[in-house]
Design a protein around this ligand. Sequence first.
Ligand code: AMP
Length: 171
Amino acid sequence: MNLKEHIRNIPNFPKQGIQFKDLSTILIDPAVFSQVIDELTERAQKYDFDKIGALESRGFWFAPTVAYNLKKPLFPIRKPGKLPGKTVQQAYKLEYGEGIIEIHDDAVNPEEKVLLIDDLLATGGTLKGSCSLVEKVGGRVAGCLLVVELEFLKGRELLEGYKVETLIKYR
Ligand code: AMP
């Protein structure tokens, strides 16, 4: 199965000039979703890790099923104001300006190895911020797993030193 055929491109969303990769077309087809989850699970198995960190929001579409398959603990990495408990925050660079993400302060214990899962790697800012947040609370980043990579945005360069794997690449 060619997974690329199951990703819908929406031009100029959410703003002019962006080619938005709509992955809801993966979720709506059980055979396609199964293949994506199976591939993510297979790749995740190769890492030595304790917990999965799921990135808001479309990381939530994929990470929980991988965590379920591998019987691993899962914690959310969210935009500010969404988590009810005490949190730790991290600022990160966006294309224009800054974003903030946070986790519960007890989500990651010192020395715990975390596998990060998200839907798409673009400029890498969100993922880099998540790596920094895990390290800020004393955890370690075992690796990063994503469904799609927009290679032309060179997100990997920002993530030098981290293991990053993606299933589908756009050049
Ligand atoms: P970045 O921090 O630039 O790597 O952006 C990654 C985050 O933004 C991911 O969580 C994606 O869900 C979202 N994103 C960025 N660009 C796109 C795009 N062209 N299509 C779909 N999602 C995108």
